[in-house]
Design a protein around this ligand. Structure first.
Ligand code: UD1
Ligand code: MG
Length: 468
């Protein structure tokens, strides 16, 4: 089914999506606006916008209010990155007096369309398939409102759906106002609806403030629509998890777990082994190649990309890294680094931004590498700090070797030529250059360049004396 476009437009008068995101998010107890709280590495609102965009509406409206400028700026700055191509209109709600008041502010936007999906910025688990099916159902039923509902094991906190004996939706009662019989109903309002706009416009204008907070509930529209002869239907979501609305940090954690599970399932179905999905976390943009294995305690953040046949973990955290094919990374922390194929990292390595290592290189136990190139086949296997350095191919660095790259004011570079052999416990006082094939004696503190092929010894000679 096509939702809009020229042919459909004539028939339906256009289709819009309205996202309500102006609420205070009081229950989050946070300085960060609720819809900007991250889930699997992306702000909550990203998921809602992505799906809204995928429905190909003629326009997307976002009602902003609390910290509205922050929300708008983040969305505007991220549109390209998130692949949002549909036009977005921001609507300001100065006074966050309820979901109904938010829709009232959005009427000039909504009036451009015949049909509109209204959804919440705090419902990031909805799927494209479900919303597509909801819209389809709405059009087939030819009613005025279709509510996306769900059966919840624990419906507490949600608006309940009251149906007539023959199953028509009569109204929605908010949790705070439900009597015990209504509270026992487990069909809830997901906060997502399909409206025929003309009736929504007149219904929303009739809302009156409710409760101690004097809020205008969008959910009260149902009765006004029915009073005007309109039909209200309910369309159940295929699973309760899709309908979760995030109002507090407990729900935030639940949503994070669900999203993570979905991402891991996608990876597993594409040929990645995830040994324990309950102990493995990936962000939305992470890619992992076929036949790679993610061991427990693996956390892959940002735009991390893992090649094929890699072994990652256990207990490894990576952020924005690119890992080539057939690499292994064990018990390590890596950020903004490129590890080229057949390279091994860890256990207990810290690989910092600007590092490029491999192919066939090794960064080993208790080694820190920063802004350095570790060339083809080069090895830094034990207890080293390599910073602002360039190691050509087949360099061997002995245990405990350090680049002294910082003089208290500036950083300096260390360059080590191909096949150089560096003994244990060497200090390279940068800037310094080591020629190809040079041999650096263990325990040396190198302060001057070493020519190609030379042996450098820079330590005091051992003296053995008889004890008195
Ligand atoms: C709302 C529904 C409830 C439903 C639940 C699903 C109402 C009255 N209740 O309750 O029936 O079961 O969602 O998760 O709608 N908002 C504004 N401006 C405001 C107030 C809220 O834009 O002045 C936005 C919020 O940012 C949020 C959405 O509206 O995205 C819903 O508000 P929220 O406070 O989360 O309502 P719930 O209590 O979750
Ligand atoms: Mg909510």
């Amino acid at each position: 089914m096509k939702l809009s476009g020229t042919g459909r437009k004539a028939e339906h008068g256009g289709f819009g999506v309205l996202i309500l995101a102006a609420g205070k998010g009081t229950r989050m107890h946070s300085d960060l606006p609720k819809v900007l709280h991250p889930l699997s590495g992306r702000p909550m609102i990203h998921y809602v916008l992505r799906i809204a965009n995928a429905l190909k509406p003629d326009g997307i409206g976002v009602v902003i209010g609390h910290h509205g400028d922050e929300v708008r700026k983040l969305i505007q700055d991220s549109l390209k990155d998130w692949g949002i191509s549909r036009p977005i209109t921001f609507i300001r709600q100065e006074d966050p007096t309820g979901s109904g008041a938010a829709v009232l502010e959005a009427l000039p936007f909504l009036k451009k369309f015949q049909t509109s999906l209204v959804t919440c910025g705090d419902a990031p688990l909805l799927t494209f398939d479900t919303l597509f099916a909801l819209i389809n159902h709405h059009r087939n039923q030819k009613g005025q409102v279709t509510i996306l509902t769900a059966r919840m094991r624990d419906p507490k906190g949600y608006g309940r759906i009251l149906r007539s004996p023959i199953g028509e939706v009569l109204r929605i009662v908010e949790d705070a106002h439900a009597n015990p019989k209504e509270a026992a109903i487990n069909e809830i309002n997901s906060g997502t609806y399909c409206f025929e706009v003309p009736l929504l416009v007149s219904a929303v204008k009739k809302l009156t403030p409710q409760g101690s907070k004097r809020e205008f509930y969008l959910t009260d529209c149902m009765e006004h629509v029915r009073a005007e002869g309109g039909r209200v239907g309910g369309f159940p979501a295929p699973s309760q998890e899709e309908a979760i609305g995030i109002n507090n940090r407990v729900q935030l954690a639940q949503a994070d777990r669900i999203l993570n599970r979905r991402l891991l399932e996608r990876l597993m179905l594409s040929g990645v082994t995830v040994v324990d999905p309950n102990q493995t976390y990936v962000d939305s943009d992470v890619e992992v190649g076929q036949d790679s294995v993610l061991l427990p305690g693996t956390i892959l953040r940002g735009k991390t990309k893992i090649g094929k046949q890699c072994r990652i973990g256990p207990y490894t955290v990576m952020e924005d890294c690119s890992i080539g094919n057939e690499c292994s990374v064990v018990f390590s922390f890596l950020r903004d680094a490129r590890i080229l194929e057949k390279t091994s990292v860890g256990p207990f390595s810290h690989v910092r931004p600007g590092t490029v290592a491999g192919p066939r290189a090794r960064i080993g136990n208790f080694t820190e590498v920063k802004a350095s190139k570790i060339g083809y086949g080069s090895k830094v296997p034990h207890l080293s700090y390599i910073g602002d350095a360039e190691l050509a191919e087949d360099v061997n660095i002995g245990a405990g070797t350090i680049t002294c790259n910082y003089d208290g004011k500036e950083k300096h570079r260390t360059t080590i030529g191909a096949k150089a052999f560096v003994g244990s416990n060497v200090n390279f006082v940068a800037p310094v250059k080591i020629g190809k094939g040079a041999l650096i004696a263990a325990g040396s503190t190198i302060t001057e360049d070493v020519p190609e092929g030379d042996l450098a010894i820079a330590r005091s000679r051992q003296v053995n004396k008889p004890r008195k």
